[in-house]
Design a protein around this ligand. Sequence first.
Ligand code: NAP
Length: 245
Amino acid sequence: MKLEHSTILICGGTSGIGYELAKVLRTRQNKVVLLGHHPGKLELARQEGFDTIACDLSCKESVEAAALQVEQKYPGVNVLFNNAGLQHNYDFSTHLIPLDKVWQEVGVNLSGQIRLTQLLIPILAASPRALVVNTTSGLGAFPKSDALVYSAAKAGMRNFTLGLRHSLKGTGIRVLEFMPPVTQTAMTQGRGGKMMPPELLVQKVIPQIEKGKGLVTLPKMRLFLWIAFLFPGIAYRIIEKKSAK
Ligand SMILES: NC(=O)c1ccc[n+]([C@@H]2O[C@H](COP(=O)([O-])OP(=O)(O)OC[C@H]3O[C@@H](n4cnc5c(N)ncnc54)[C@H](OP(=O)(O)O)[C@@H]3O)[C@@H](O)[C@H]2O)c1
């Protein structure tokens, strides 16, 4: 499906990968609406001419209000990017993580976007061509020891994506998984090592999304998935080496 002449909602569209996607998709005759939480980033996006929806994905009422806003203001929405993400880093074995923090991480990365998707399915289904793209992570295939909740939530997102794809068979809604490599964004700020610029990533993934690839990613991530499946010990060393940088 060509990403043109569409109404596109991007969760986590106010920075990083989502914002790059938004900028490119706007140049292709799409109406692009950005959903985010940080008021300053939302204001900047509005100044750049984007429509925005303020929503805290970790809050049930906020997600429901956002879905209502979409229904009322953008009833033609036919593409949903579930791209919001939040990663807390801590040593799980030595720190008792406040439960609120765990819920927040699960809410943003997983349950908030599951709820939003479900509420938007009737709108998406009304379109002859609709698409849901869920952003996951290599950590959803193999966990990192200082990001256990994030890794677990992303593993959940991977499974949700697969299940949703099957349960929406027979509707006009396609469901894709997008697994970015380590990319230079606010989420990875301060980490060393080689990172992909978000502009380049977006350039590489849009054609894959348009081709409807079930897993949208780069060759090195496909290789990593095989390694994680066949040689978990090697996957562990790769992940921990990256996070040590
Ligand atoms: N960067 C990487 O290396 C990498 C690798 C694999 C996967 N990913 C995934 O790629 C996606 C984009 O991440 P990024 O790297 O571009 O990071 P980012 O720049 O930090 O963007 C994260 C986005 O999520 C939104 N978000 C965070 N908390 C939220 C909340 N409570 N409610 C609503 N929105 C919220 C942020 O909006 P506000 O700031 O307005 O709250 C922001 O737009 C995420 O799903 C991430 O897990 C990233």
